[in-house]
Design a protein around this ligand. Structure first.
Ligand SMILES: *Cc1c(COP(=O)(O)O)cnc(C)c1O
Length: 387
């Protein structure tokens, strides 16, 4: 397959001869109305009705007991890990194939990542790789799970639902149960993705969403912690708001807190974006189908949602036959003004995580060398299906 035919195909979808970005937000609903309302009311900061409304809407949509809005997804991860009781020196198992935010949040806790491999089906954390690592390197005693050699506690598992494709959660949950590990889901990319009918981010003790500008919906910058109980949710909200005990004028804080609350201005944008989410998702799924049909007969393999899941198809992706064809595709599409992107470089190649413990990462390496992300902004492609 020629890169030029991919360029032509993408230009046809977006009906544009201009630069085509990878993923940009669209504001065609109540965004301006709601944001202006916050300015008119002067409630642009951490107090205001849109914050509560946005949290309620996401709670309802995801089916979580309580959702707590934060300034960004990394802050949400930091908060979730803190609430999960992770402390300095703990080891946390995650995937080498992820966006750096997952590991930055761990680093800020003083915890260290342990890199396991990903599944070729989900592109996310592989339960077998986690289990193999634990069987070889971990032991359980009455205080929990420990790394045999370093005697560090292995505290949690943080899978990431890559590009919106849910990981094999049932299998991962049984590994966590067996080894007494806490599950915290990095669901930053998977708003609108379901595993066997249940929304991602609601399986672990905590789940985390991101509303960065390039995500499925955006609040400018923003994130959310999904909590398993109302009690934990209220505590999480307390901690993200400097742990200030409510009082008309006294300043009293009863534990170390963060200043991570999402401003009302951003939440207003989020409320409007949530109204459009069902449309975005159906357009994204149609777009993915369209790409899938295009690559069907070629030696480029379009990344499909796993059979057990319904994915939001946040970023469409294709596996090239080899690294040469990947490099060629990246260069020719970008030169032609159609933005494509390689996947993130694996975390253990970055200077700050190069000494982290790791398992065999051969699937991650294969994906790193061959995967390309394609333009994924939701558009109506209905008429093109008949071509
Ligand atoms: C986007 C993203 C985050 C959070 O990013 P923010 O920009 O801080 O909102 C975390 N993890 C992954 C995997 C992401 O893609």
């Amino acid at each position: 397959m020629q890169a030029s035919s991919i360029v032509e195909f993408v230009r046809d979808i977006y009906r544009s001869n201009d630069f085509i970005p990878l993923h940009v937000p669209t504001f065609s609903g109540n965004e301006k109305k709601y944001v202006l309302e916050t300015i008119d009311s002067t409630f642009v900061s951490s107090v205001g009705r849109y914050v509560d409304e946005f949290e309620k809407t996401v709670e309802g949509y995801t089916g979580s007991a309580k959702a707590v809005a934060t300034v960004n997804g990394t802050a949400a991860l930091h908060t979730a890990l803190h609430m999960a009781g992770i402390v300095r020196g703990d080891l946390v198992i995650t995937q080498a194939l992820t966006f750096v935010a997952t590991c930055n949040a761990l680093h800020h806790m003083g915890a260290e990542p342990v890199f396991c491999d990903v599944s070729p089906v989900s592109l996310g954390l592989c339960p077998k790789s986690v289990e193999n690592f634990l069987l070889e390197h971990a032991e359980i005693n009455d205080k929990g799970c420990f790394h045999k050699k370093s005697r560090q506690r292995i505290k949690a598992v943080v899978p990431m639902h890559t590009f919106g494709h849910p990981v094999e959660l049932n299998e991962l949950i049984s590994v966590c149960k067996k080894w007494h590990l806490i599950l915290v889901e990095d669901a930053a990319e998977s708003l609108g993705s379901f595993y066997k009918g249940q929304h991602t981010g609601t399986f672990g003790q905590f789940g985390v969403l991101s509303f960065n500008g390039n995500k499925v919906i955006t609040t400018g910058g923003g994130g959310m912690v999904l909590c398993q109980s109302i009690e934990e949710g209220l505590h999480t909200k307390h901690v993200t708001t400097t742990a200030k005990v409510p009082h008309a004028y006294e300043f009293y804080h009863d534990e170390p807190g963060f200043n991570y609350r999402m401003p009302n201005l951003n939440a207003a944008l989020g409320c409007a974006q949530m109204e459009s989410l069902p449309d975005y998702l159906s357009h994204k799924r149609a777009l993915a189908k369209h790409y899938q049909a295009f690559f069907e007969e070629s030696d480029f393999k379009f990344v499909r949602e796993p059979d057990y899941a319904q994915s939001n198809y946040w970023l469409n992706a294709v596996m090239c036959p080899d690294v040469e064809s990947r490099n060629c595709l990246l260069k020719e599409t970008n030169d032609a003004g159609v933005m494509t992107r390689p996947i993130w470089q694996l975390m253990h190649r970055l200077p700050m995580f190069k000494n982290a413990l790791r398992n065999d990462l051969s699937q991650s390496e294969k994906i790193e060398a061959r995967l390309v992300n394609l333009p994924s902004t939701p558009v109506v492609v209905a008429e093109l299906r008949h071509k």
